[in-house]
Design a protein around this ligand. Structure first.
Ligand SMILES: O=C(O)c1cccc(C(=O)CC[C@H]2O[C@@H](n3cnc4c(=O)[nH]cnc43)[C@H](O)[C@@H]2O)c1
Length: 203
């Protein structure tokens, strides 16, 4: 079976709505942020009634300007813990450079026509300035989007030896905070189109 993890109930319900009846896909909401995603994914993997073949992290996301579009889906080729490391006068040093563990985990890119593919960053703080957006885009030239749960869910899946994918729908552009510009309905509608794909994806 496929375990889909979302952050909030609205995302869970959007994904569930598009699923064909009777398919072997369980969709659960585990909370916002990488810690909630890791704990929630691990918990659901441990109590799943059947063997889980793949974890798919789904939700809304901020898209990097020029690399993805509001209301469209993005597919991860990898999940990156973009703010896990050390800061200093010479800039950000990722945790893996410091020798303390991985900050990038592989994600199987499922095929969605028209969707941008690339790294999806996981952050603990939603980016809210042009300077941070530009710094992230420069540090991760392959990044198409940022969310807050992917790396947590991917960490739990990796520990359990389960394949991982991340699919997000763009609700806003990564940059200066402008809550009024978020297009959450459009993004949720895009998540609602994933059902047939999720119902047929292999482990
Ligand atoms: O800034 C606000 O006022 C505000 C109000 C409601 C929700 C938020 C969130 O930050 C929701 C975070 C939630 O959505 C995902 N998400 C969506 N866009 C982004 C983004 O640009 N950067 C990071 N995460 C984003 C994320 O995965 C969370 O689950 C803010």
């Amino acid at each position: 079976m496929i375990l889909v993890v979302t952050a909030v109930d609205a995302e869970r319900d959007a994904v569930r709505k598009g699923l064909p009846d009777g398919c072997a896909v369980d969709v659960v909401a585990v909370g916002v942020g990488p810690a909630a995603a890791a704990a929630g994914t691990a918990w659901h993997l441990a109590r799943a009634p059947r063997r889980v073949d793949r974890v798919v992290c789904c939700g809304i996301a901020g898209g990097f300007s020029g690399r993805s579009h509001i209301g469209k889906l993005v597919i991860a080729t990898r999940s990156v813990a973009a703010d896990l490391g050390a800061d200093g006068p010479e800039g950000f040093i990722p945790l893996d450079t410091l020798g303390f563990g991985a900050t990038s985990l592989p994600a199987t890119a499922v095929g969605v026509p028209g969707a941008a593919t690339g790294a999806i960053l996981t952050v603990s703080t939603v980016t809210g300035t042009a300077a941070t957006a530009e710094a992230l885009a420069a540090r991760y030239p392959d990044a198409v989007a940022e969310g807050m749960e992917g790396f947590g869910a991917a960490s739990a899946a990796a520990l359990a030896g389960v394949a991982f994918s991340e699919i997000r729908a763009i609700s806003n552009v990564v940059g200066p905070r402008d809550r009024g510009a978020w297009r959450i309905r459009e993004a949720l509608d895009a998540l609602g189109t994933l059902g047939p794909l999720l119902a047929t994806v292999d482990g």
